[in-house]
Every structure is written in C-alpha cells, then in structure tokens.
Design a binder for this molecule. Structure first.
Ligand code: F6R
Length: 364
C-alpha cells in the first residue's frame, strides 16, 4: 500500500526518519548515551581486520562503514564488491572477521562470498533487512535493519538503515578497542539520536530539489563529486539516478577530477557536489572552482555554513541543516535519493520497477 504517495520509492524515502529511529534504538541506549549490549559473533577488541563485502547500494553503505570504522575505531577494513570478492582468493588471516550487507539477504554474489569465508573459517556476521533470508541463516550473527519491507527496486530506506547499523557498530568497535572515551561515546550517541529529526528536515527540501530535477531531465550525462564519506554518496547518487531515470551518471572522488573526468566538463555537464562544511570543505571548493572555470554547472548540496563559504556561482544550492560530521552521511543520502526520484518522475519512467532490474538478484 502506497498510502498517499505516488510510488513506493517516495513512500520509502519518507519513512526514513521513523525507520532510522527504530534501527538506531535497537543498538543504542538513547537515555544514557551508550551503545547497547548486543551480541557479536567476534570480539572487536581481538580482531585485526574486518572484511566487508556486498553489492550495489549495500556495498556503498559498506564503503562509508570502512571510513567510520577506520577513523573512529582504528580497525583496518577491506571492502569488496561481492562479485569480485568471491573469485579473487583474498587471504583471510585467522584474526579477521567478515561482515556482509544485504537488504534481501538473497543476493547470489554476497552469499557466495559468505560461503568463501565459511570455508576459510573466520566468523561471519551480516547486516540484513530480511531476517528469514539465506544470508541471515548462514551467518554466525546478524545485525538486522528495521527498515520494514522495501518494495521500490531502488534501495532507499534500507541504505540509511544499513548506515545506522554501521554507525552503531563503529561505536561498539571503538569502545571495545579503547579508541573513544565514555564522554565521546555519549556525545556520538547523542548526535546519532538526532538523525531522525535532521532526516525530517531534509525531506522538506523538495522544492529546490525539484528545480534541479527539471534541469537534469534535459541532460544526457551528470557527474557527482564528493570527498571522504561524501565520495561513496557521490557513487550512490550516480547509481540512483542512472537506475531510475536512465541518465548516464558517474560518481568520483572530488580529488580524482583532475586525473581524468575534468575532460568531460563543459556547459552541458551538470556537476553535483556533495560537500557539507567539514574538515576538507575547502579542498572540495577548489575542485568546484575548477569545474566553474570550464563552464560546468554546479549543484551544491551543503549546509548553511557551506553555503556561506562557497563563494562561487551555482545553478542551485541545496541547503541542509548543519549536522555533526558523524551523522552527515545518513542525512545527505536523502537529497540524493530525492533528486533521482524527482528526475525520474519528470521523465516519466517506471520509478518502482525500472527496466532490466530486479529487486533481488539471486543469480550471478
Ligand atoms: C540499488 C539497489 C541495488 C542493491 C543490490 C544489493 O538501488 O537496490 O544495487 O543494493 O542489488 O541488493 P541486496 O542489498 O538485497 O543484497
């Protein structure tokens, strides 16, 4: 049932404040600002590496997880696309563990990667949305996302719930490894507890996003740029746009611009830059200047501070509330989903059932 929404995707985008809240509450104690006492099939204090593997949007959640786990918990993370992982015969030392991420829990390549790890004898965990799935059953421990059924083929609420679980796991790991103090733990839990409220605010940006969507509906190619955790979001923005609007889109780490993709920039090329005002904001601003100097049309997705400090002309600036850096990826996922959604609606494609795609990819 779509309720009063035109598509399941729109409904699922709007459910995010609620499902993020449910998911976080499963892993965090908001009342006292601590990580909850949930079970793990391995000890974060004892492992030396974590191998994450997944497909598509779930893989991009894992990529953000890598940035978080390495930064906050000082835990080295290998991240692989499951279709590569299953065949590349990666060495898995005894003191490592595996984490798979899958909405459906049935994705063939992710399952094959899990079985590879099983043969290698390392502990296996999985973030899944469907608890009765094969991946859930074959794991030693699961971390459910409480997103509810996701019907739209393009993943939205499952992604932000996967990020919510990864954020909680990061705090769990950081605590176990002694890389954050109880005060820092409390501060980060408090920040996460505000995520649903920020997500609701992000949902109110439809008007400026629809304006950009009208522009995108006339173009053939779009570039997405971001640094740090905004780099996986750039990849996710491009994936979402191409799968439902059929516009060719590429995501790049902003620092890679001058190593190739800058050759594509001209007046026809919209460049979507995901850049909250963080530690490396100025670096991204200089990349935007390079784009502007070549006539590229910039859509900046930022916060209030970023909008004030990015002294350059944009086609449109989408301004989110100022949010703490740790929470930002969960919140910035929303405008990129909405942008893809509105573009597809304007273009009249089948948003919930895009051509050639299946919700659950159970064959290689
Ligand atoms: C993109 C999308 C796909 C899935 C991928 C993995 O919007 O939905 O890229 O993320 O097929 O699916 P799961 O998470 O079910 O393993």
């Amino acid at each position: 049932d779509k309720g009063n929404h035109r598509h399941f995707m729109e409904k699922e985008i709007h459910e995010q404040p609620e499902v993020i809240s449910h998911t976080l509450a499963n892993y965090l104690n908001f009342a006292d600002g601590t990580v909850a006492d949930f079970d793990l099939p391995f000890d974060f204090a004892k492992i030396e590496r974590l191998a994450i593997s997944a497909c598509g949007t779930a893989y991009l959640a894992g990529l953000i997880g890598k940035y978080w786990l390495e930064r906050y918990a000082r835990l080295p993370v290998d991240i692989d696309i499951a279709s590569e992982f299953r065949y590349r015969e990666m060495p898995l030392p005894k003191n490592s563990a595996a984490l798979f991420i899958s909405q459906s829990g049935e994705t063939a390549d992710t399952l094959a990667s899990l079985r590879y790890c099983r043969e290698e004898g390392i502990p296996i965990s999985a973030i899944v949305n469907v608890r009765e799935s094969t991946i859930a059953r074959e794991s030693d421990g699961i971390f459910p996302t409480l997103a509810g059924p996701e019907i739209g083929v393009a993943s939205t609420k499952a992604f932000t719930c996967q990020l919510s679980v990864l954020a909680a796991l990061t705090l769990k790991a950081a605590k176990a490894r002694g890389t954050i103090s109880p005060e820092e733990e409390q501060a980060l839990v408090r920040e996460l507890s505000e995520a649903p409220r920020y997500a609701s605010q992000a949902l109110k940006l439809s008007a400026s996003i629809e304006k950009v969507a009208r522009e995108l509906s006339h173009v053939r190619h779009v570039l997405y740029l971001g640094r740090d955790t905004n780099y996986p979001l750039a990849l996710e923005g491009a994936l979402k746009l191409k799968e439902i609007s059929y516009i060719h889109a590429e995501g790049y780490a902003a620092g890679e611009l001058k190593h190739g993709p800058i050759a594509l920039i001209d007046e026809q090329m919209p460049v979507i830059v995901i850049a909250p005002h963080d530690r490396i904001f100025e670096k991204t601003v200089s990349n935007m200047q390079e784009v502007a100097a070549r006539g590229g049309r910039i859509v900046l997705i930022t916060d209030e501070k970023g909008a004030q400090n990015a002294t350059l002309e944009t086609l449109e600036t989408i301004v989110l509330p100022d949010v703490p850096e740790f929470v930002a990826p969960i919140i910035y996922a929303l405008p990129i989903q909405m942008l893809a959604y509105h573009t597809a609606v304007i273009m009249g494609t089948d948003v919930d059932q895009p051509r050639n795609l299946a919700k659950s990819v159970t064959v290689e």
